[in-house]
Design a protein around this ligand. Structure first.
Ligand SMILES: NC(=O)c1ccc[n+]([C@@H]2O[C@H](COP(=O)([O-])OP(=O)(O)OC[C@H]3O[C@@H](n4cnc5c(N)ncnc54)[C@H](O)[C@@H]3O)[C@@H](O)[C@H]2O)c1
Length: 349
C-alpha cells in the first residue's frame, strides 16, 4: 500500500526533514540551498568525491560524511527523514570508460542501498531519483519524450538506466512513493566536473584565443541549474508524479560550436577552433533534445532562465571563484586517448 504523502504544497515543506545525497555537488548544493530557502531541515550525505564543503558554507545543514554504499551510514542518515533526494553519483562520462565497476558500485548498488533503507524506514514518504537523459542515447526522434527508446551510449549511462529501472521496480514492489527525474544537461555555478560549459568558459578565460574541442557538431539541451532544481523539488511535492518518469530540460538543443560562440560573446573574446582528436568520445551521443511537456503538465514547471542569461551568470561565477576539479579519477581521459588493445586486436565498432 502506498504511504500517505502529506506534503503537497511548497509552503507545507517548512519543517520537513530531507536527505540530499551528493548535496555538496553541483546540482546537490543548489538543491540544498533551495530546500533550506523553503524551511526544510536538510541532511547532506556526501563522501566529497567531487563535492565541496564550501558549496554548503553558510547553509544551516547537517552534513554526514560517508559513502552511499555504506549501509550503516545510510540507515543512520535516513532515520526520521521524510524525503530522500538521491542525487549522488559518479557523473562524468569519460571516467566511466576506465572505471565501469566503480560506476556500477556507486550508481547502482548505492541507489539500491538507499532505496532499500528508505523502504524499511518508518519515516520516508518520498524518494526522488535523479536520472539522466543519457539513458536514451542519441535522439531517434525529437523532441525526446519519456517513452523514447533507451539505448545508452556509455557505461555511465547504463549504470544510470539500471538504477532508474531499479527504483521503478522497487517502487512497484514495495509502494514507497518514488519519482524518477530524467535530467538533461544542466549548467551553472558550483562547478565540480569538467562538463562542456565550464570547459569552454575556462579555456576562453585563459585568454589565449584558442579553443580545443572534440565533436562540436553534436548538440545538447541545456537547462540552468536553478530551473533544474525547481523541477526536482516540484517532483517531490506532486501526487501525480508518484511512480512516474519525468524529463526535465529546456526543450531546445544547441550545437557545441554555437554554445562556444555564445560563451565567447559573454567572455568578450574571439577564438580560433582547434580540433582535438583526444576529446572525441568513442561512442558519443549526437543529439539530445527534451520533450518537457510532461514536466509542464504534471509539475506545472517551466524553465525561466534563458541560455544567454544562464551563461552570463555562470561565467560571472567562474570569474569570481577558482575552479578546481577533484573528481576521483583525474586524468581519466588519458585512458581513452590511448588505445589499450594492440592494433591487431582492435575492431572499429
Ligand atoms: N550535471 C548534469 O548535467 C546532469 C544531467 C543529468 C543527470 N545528472 C545527475 O545529477 C546528479 C548530480 O550530478 P552533478 O552534475 O551535480 O555531479 P557532482 O559530481 O557535482 O555531484 C555528485 C555528488 O555526489 C557525491 N558522491 C559521489 N560518490 C558518492 C558516494 N559514493 N557516496 C556519497 N556521495 C558521493 C560527490 O561528492 C558529489 O557531491 C548525478 O546523479 C548525475 O547523474 C547530472
Amino acid at each position: 500500500m502506498p504511504r500517505v504523502v502529506r506534503f503537497v504544497t511548497d509552503a507545507s515543506m517548512k519543517g520537513l526533514r530531507a536527505v540530499v545525497t551528493g548535496g555538496a555537488g553541483f546540482i546537490g548544493s543548489e538543491l540544498t540551498r533551495q530546500l533550506v530557502q523553503r524551511g526544510v531541515a536538510v541532511t547532506v550525505l556526501d563522501n566529497f568525491a567531487s563535492g565541496k564543503k564550501e558549496y554548503l558554507a553558510g547553509l544551516p545543514v547537517r552534513i554526514v560524511e560517508g559513502d552511499i554504499c555504506d549501509k550503516e551510514k545510510v540507515a543512520e542518515t535516513l532515520k526520521d527523514q521524510a524525503i530522500v533526494y538521491h542525487v549522488a553519483a559518479l557523473p562524468f562520462i569519460p571516467d566511466s570508460y576506465a572505471n565501469p565497476e566503480e560506476f556500477f558500485r556507486v550508481n547502482v548498488e548505492g541507489t539500491i542501498a538507499l532505496m532499500r533503507h528508505a523502504i524499511e524506514s518508518e519515516s520516508v514518504e518520498r524518494f526522488v531519483y535523479l536520472s539522466s537523459s543519457e539513458v536514451y542515447g542519441t535522439a531517434q526522434t525529437v523532441p525526446m519524450a519519456e517513452d523514447h527508446p533507451t539505448l545508452p551510449r556509455s557505461t555511465y549511462a547504463v549504470s544510470k538506466l539500471a538504477a532508474d529501472r531499479t527504483v521503478f521496480t522497487l517502487y512497484r514492489e514495495h509502494g514507497l512513493p518514488s519519482v524518477i527525474v530524467r535530467l538533461f544537461n544542466s549548467y551553472g555555478p558550483n562547478i565540480t566536473q569538467p562538463y562542456i560549459v565550464p570547459e569552454i568558459a575556462l579555456q576562453l578565460l585563459e585568454g589565449k584565443g584558442i579553443l580545443k574541442l572534440g565533436n562540436v557538431d553534436s548538440s545538447r539541451d541545456f537547462t540552468f541549474v536553478e530551473d533544474s532544481v525547481r523541477a526536482i523539488i516540484l517532483s517531490s511535492l506532486s501526487k501525480d508524479a508518484i511512480g512516474e518518469v519525468i524529463n526535465v530540460g529546456s526543450g531546445e538543443d544547441v550545437t557545441i560550436i554555437r554554445l562556444a560562440r555564445y560563451i565567447a560573446s559573454v567572455v568578450g573574446s574571439e577564438f580560433s577552433l582547434e580540433n582535438d582528436p583526444s576529446r572525441f568520445r568513442p561512442y558519443d551521443v549526437d543529439r539530445l533534445v527534451c520533450d518537457n511537456s510532461k514536466a509542464k503538465r504534471v509539475l506545472g514547471w517551466e524553465p525561466k532562465v534563458e541560455l544567454q542569461e544562464g551563461l552570463r551568470r555562470t561565467v560571472h561565477w567562474i570569474r569570481k571563484h577558482p575552479v578546481t576539479f577533484k573528481a576521483p579519477f583525474r586524468g581519466c581521459a588519458a585512458w581513452y586517448r590511448t588505445p589499450r588493445l594492440p592494433a591487431s586486436r582492435r575492431s572499429e565498432p
